[in-house]
Structure formats: C-alpha cells, structure tokens
Write a protein that binds this ligand. Structure first.
Ligand code: BGC
Length: 333
C-alpha cells in the first residue's frame, strides 16, 4: 500500500469516527433532553388559580408570590400573579373582574375595602368561583376564607412596643398605607387602643402614603416641618418605615426620633441594624401566599378549611437579629 492510500484510509476512518460520535451525541440529546421538554409542554395543571394583589412589583407582594408559587409547584397548579403596576384600587378591581370572566378555578385577593370589594367578591362567588382573601379581609363578604395577619392585633403590638421602648412624652405621627383599606384602619386602631391609656403618649398626626415611597417621604417631611415636637413615628405598611427613616436621617435626627415600621424587607432590616428604625412588626408574606394556594386547592376539592387563618405576627428589634451579621460587627466600637 502506498503512503498516499494509507493516509486516505486514516482520514476516512477518522471521518467515520467523528460522524459516529456526532450521531451518538445527537441521539443522546433527543432522548435525554428533548423528550422531557415535550413532556413539559404536555403537562396538565390540575387547576388555574389567580393571585391579584394591589401592587405587582412591591417587594412584600413578591414574597407572597414566591410562597404561592412554591405551593402551586408542589400541588401541580397553574398560578397567575396579576394586579396593577402601582397601587390603584380601580385597576385591581378590573383585574379581579377579568379573572372571573376568564373562568379561573379560584381567586386569591385582598379584601381591601368593604365598599368596593364586598359586592365584587359576592358577585364572583355567586358565579361559582371561590374567593380567598389574603393579607386583608372583608369579613362581611361571602369570601370562603381569610389568611393573613391579625391586623388589629399587629397594630396593638406596635403600640405596646412603643410604650416599652420610649420614656417621657412621646409625640407620635402615623403614616399609613391608606385611609380606606381595612387592614390599614385596623393597624391604626390597634395602635391607638394600645396607647390610649398612656397620658405621656400623644398622637399628633395621621397621614396617608397611598403605598407610595415618594408620598411616604413627602408626608414624613411635611410632618417634621409642621410638627417639630414629633419624636416618634409609626409606619403601617411595608415601605412607610423605610421612607420615614430616610427623611429622619436627612435631618440627622435618628437619635431623637423613635421609628417603628412594618414588615421585614431587607432595607428595613438594615435600617434596624443601623439603629434608625428601632422596631418593626413582623408579618409572614411567604406563609400567606403558600397557605392561600393550599387552602384554595382544598376548597376546590370540597375539603373543609377554617374561615380565618391568622399567620404569625410579632415585634422585631435589633437584639432579635443574628449577632454575627456583618452589619452588626462594628456596633459596639
Ligand atoms: C401590607 C400590604 C401592602 C404593603 C405595601 C404591607 O405591610 O400588608 O397590604 O400592600 O405593606 O407596601
């Protein structure tokens, strides 16, 4: 055999081997990757549930969504997360109406106000679509169940915390998410009831942030201008405390003004570590989302669910945070 033909044979064999490995690789890809993909598109969900919240990109609601998605995945349910981009009751109502019109198997939403939500929820339930309220309740509607914080009690705890953490005259300003939402009213009422027997505690102003960071900051600023005697703030929704803290820091008054906020978003926790926010009311948004989906599945399957499920709520202060967190290392220097 000539040198040339040996080379031709070698090239031929190499070419054969390379094409064999390509074919093996291709068959492997089809069998191991594409088939499951196909299976996935064919996957049938048991039910289609919608979670309608007041503000899509609010970090608090993203945690509720995470909990709801975790339960949906576990139980093979299709979960849709919907609502207005920025808090707006009319848009939220429309989203609920559209979900009902598209005949979903269940709707989880807030019972924000009796006036707008009770008749709406009753109409949806009359169509045969179960409704669960989460985070805030319209107890006089025909909703099947409520899951979330006991809002009156959580406000009461905030009042008790302020009593325990302050001495002497406390002139308090409250910034609340909304004057009209049931849970915000209950949080404020709980707080007022907790402090009402204390002669040294005076509620000077109650303002509304409309669940907006900008408005919360504006209101905090305005309060400090109009009422320089204010030395304590209570922010009743997740973003209020954070914005109050920014304004108080801007005036360099963090050592003179006590702030208690709501929820445990990362920004709130770091403001607690810094010492600007002294305490916050803990809610369990993941649990609320998870539990709401689980309850909805039980309802659809005809199982009994308790009409009111209160998730945990308590006060958190710097001493309740892990000591060796990097933000707390230099605290006693
Ligand atoms: C409330 C939610 C609200 C959120 C706004 C939370 O404390 O429970 O209803 O949408 O704050 O940031």
């Amino acid at each position: 055999m000539s040198k040339l033909s040996i080379m031709a044979y070698t090239v031929g064999i190499l070419f054969f081997l390379v094409s064999c490995s390509f074919s093996i690789f291709y068959v492997y890809k089809v069998v191991s990757h594409e088939l499951p993909k196909e299976e996935k598109t064919l996957e049938k969900f048991n039910y289609h549930i919608v979670l309608v919240t007041e503000e899509l990109d609010n970090e608090y609601w993203r945690i509720v969504e995470k909990g709801a998605k975790a339960a949906a995945e576990k139980y093979g349910v299709q979960l849709e997360y919907a609502g207005p981009k920025q808090a707006n009751i009319d848009d939220q109502v429309k989203t609920i109406e559209m979900s009902a019109a598209s005949k979903v198997d269940g709707i989880i939403t807030q019972g924000l106000s009796d006036e707008q939500f009770t008749p709406l929820i009753n109409r949806v339930v009359a169509k045969g679509i179960p409704v669960i309220t989460a985070d805030t309740d319209t107890s006089n509607s025909k909703r099947m169940a409520y899951i979330g914080t006991d809002n009156y009690y959580s406000g009461f705890l905030a009042g008790k915390a302020l009593i325990a953490d302050t001495m002497g005259n406390a002139n308090v300003a409250i910034i609340t998410g909304s004057f009209y939402a049931n849970h915000m009213q209950q949080r404020v009422k709980g707080f007022q009831d907790a402090v009402k027997a204390q002669k040294r505690i005076h509620i000077i102003a109650v303002e509304e942030s409309e669940i907006s960071r900008v408005k919360a900051a504006e209101k905090a600023n305005q309060i400090l201008q109009e009422h320089p005697e204010v030395n304590a703030f209570f922010g009743t929704s997740a973003l209020d405390g954070i914005e109050i803290a920014q304004v108080v820091e801007k005036y360099k008054k963090q050592d003179q003004i006590y702030i208690i906020g709501f929820d445990t978003l990362p920004e709130t926790l770091s403001l607690i570590r810094k010492g600007t926010i002294k305490a916050t009311v803990v809610q369990e948004p993941f649990q609320i989302g998870y539990g709401a989906v689980k309850m909805m599945i039980d309802l659809i399957e005809g199982k009994k669910v308790s009409p009111i499920v209160h998730t945990d709520t308590r006060i958190l202060r710097i001493r309740d945070l892990p000591v060796n967190h990097p933000d707390r290392m230099g605290e006693h220097e």
